[in-house]
Design a binder for this molecule. Sequence first.
Ligand SMILES: [Zn+2]
Length: 414
Amino acid sequence: MIATLVRSIAAAGVVLWLAAGGALAQGQFSALARADGAASRLWAEDGGLALDLALSHPVPWRVRFLNAPPRLIVDFREVDFRALDGARLMGAVRGKVTDLRAGPVREGWSRLVLALDRPQLVSEAEMRTALRGGDGALLRLRLRPADPAAFAAEVARPDPPGWALPKPAMTPAPRKPRGQGPLVVVLDPGHGGLDPGAEHDGQSEARLMLTFARELKEALVRAGIARVVMTREDDSFVPLETRVAIAHQAGADVFLSLHADAVPEGVATGATVYTLAEAASDAASAALAERHDRDALMAGVDLTGQDDLIAGVLMDMARRETAPRTEKLADALVAAMAAARLPLHKVPRRGAAFSVLKAPDIPSVLVELGYISSPRDLARLSDPAWRATMAGAIVAGLSSWSVEDAAAAGLLRQ
Ligand SMILES: [Zn+2]
């Protein structure tokens, strides 16, 4: 019954999309609707939840659910959520909604995600249009608690055609012998889109890392030591699994994930280079890796089955061969940063279970350039001259590592 209702909602969304497309052709509507923060409300009702989301005009939308934790996902084509105050909305449903995120999920698509304290399903869903004779629209969603079996069945229902996010193609590029051909470096600016990462003083980790990755790409290309592929070129959300898949497709020799996170204590400063470790070096590193998986979940990603990517004896063997090369890469980066007199964290080489570092056959490291929560680090990250020094150090570190790595393989890089 509920499944049927949701299916008809999805169908309505598609119909609306076609209608909006027609209107667009006549130039009557802008494609991007704005969320009206002041007119939107979230509250508890009849043991469930009620959401009224006010929009500047109607857009195509659909509802779906994910589990572990139970999440409501509402996708739109498309909504500017900047005027929506998530903390204010959640204030009235404390404990029932444990997290709320809204923002761009990829080009032309926006997403609202609510983490729920228990399984709930849609009892009513509609978009009211032409409100008060104007262009305004109101998305009304009513949720009621559901038993786990009904919820699991709804989660398992496939996306309607045209609404599924593209799955990463897992066909790796043919691998060239180690040390031959140009070094292929995949740069991974952390976070993006719906997931801004750490935020401080109006700056977001996602934006700062995109800026830095572009500059580092320039520096690597100018130095003539690498061909560079980026996991994202703009402010869009890229699932962790897709980031690893991009590295495989590119035939990456090196994967560098770039971050500048916040720590709750606000005392940590300086750069840290992380490698993959099942047991984290310390509690702060474990918390950091967990938070990155949580950010991915809250962007509406289903992490169940993701470890299939990295399972199996062959993977273990590949990792055993890769791990010492990865450790040397991390050491080379830290040494180059120290040589450039860049500020390092007091323990600059650490390990944690970052999902994005799980490619078994590609030396992968995660660089925390500094902490956005430290005013001094944030000032450095915002300074183009400081970023140029950091980019130069990473180029130097990669360069010395690749020469050593090729020599270790008994080959010369051409
Ligand atoms: Zn991060």
